[in-house]
Design a protein around this ligand. Sequence first.
Ligand SMILES: *Cc1c(COP(=O)(O)O)cnc(C)c1O
Length: 323
Amino acid sequence: MPQLPTYDDVAAAAQRLQGQAHRTPVLRSSTADRLLGAQVFFKCENLQRMGAFKFRGAYNSLAKFSPAQRKAGVIAFSSGNHAQAIALSARLLGIPATILMPLDAPQAKMDATRGYGGEVITFDRYTQDREQLTVQLAAERGLTLIPPFDHPDVMAGQGTAAKELLEETGPLDALFVPLGGGGLLSGTALSVRALAPQCKLYGVEPEAGNDGQQSLRAGRIIDIPTPKTLADGAQTQHLGKLTFEVIRRDADDILTASDAQLVEAMRFFAERMKMVVEPTGCLGFAAARHAGLPLAGLRVGVIVSGGNVDLARYAQLIGANAS
Ligand SMILES: *Cc1c(COP(=O)(O)O)cnc(C)c1O
């Protein structure tokens, strides 16, 4: 197993990202403060380049490539934000990118990935094994594989969002972070333990796919079938080996949020903060609001992880049963 990244790696990633990633705003809302009885600080990674924090980990990973790796290129598999993050980072660094996507991935996501200059190779997710195909292509073409979360450089890059947040707010009492495979939560943990060691750190998963919560309780990585949830950025079947080690060492707990709570949070962001946030990006706020933790009087951070959502789908979700 590769070495676990440390806060020094997050600090080095922040240097590499300087002038490349946006330093996203930390926004407040008096309505959010009132709902939670707390001071709430939203780190708005929905306003990051390509619309999600994933740019941070992708760019940091590619910026560390050797000249030979740069020349040969990068390969990634993803139907979502990681694909766009790799394609954009590769274009900025002049590295050829090959992205493996399922045949039935949304056209908008394939177009966005191609628009950033990535070569999209499709596969049939029902008959072909994606990881095997990726490894085979990587070997044939000499490409370097960058996975979406279980990689030290990806984790360190993702940790730069919380570093910026804590530098701006000073110590927080609690921080809520969306959780899929754990790249964002583990990177965040490195920053939190270095900059605000007393801060409680919570990962938040979709209720339908609480493999991380089960893993934390069991003390080993638990695998689940792909969960059915609106939070398509957190439909992972298991945590990574590296991310799990950091999460079990440094996170305080893993909470869940229901799809209905995610839709409620999407509406809140739209109506009160004029922000488009994708369902997965709402996990942190949904749990801060509904998980029943005593937050009154505290300083609470929430990472809003992304804003990429098909507009028709978005309108349908926030329009239905609007109060
Ligand atoms: C990928 C993603 C997540 C989950 O991140 P992990 O590092 O896999 O835990 C959360 N929100 C958004 C918007 C994402 O794209």
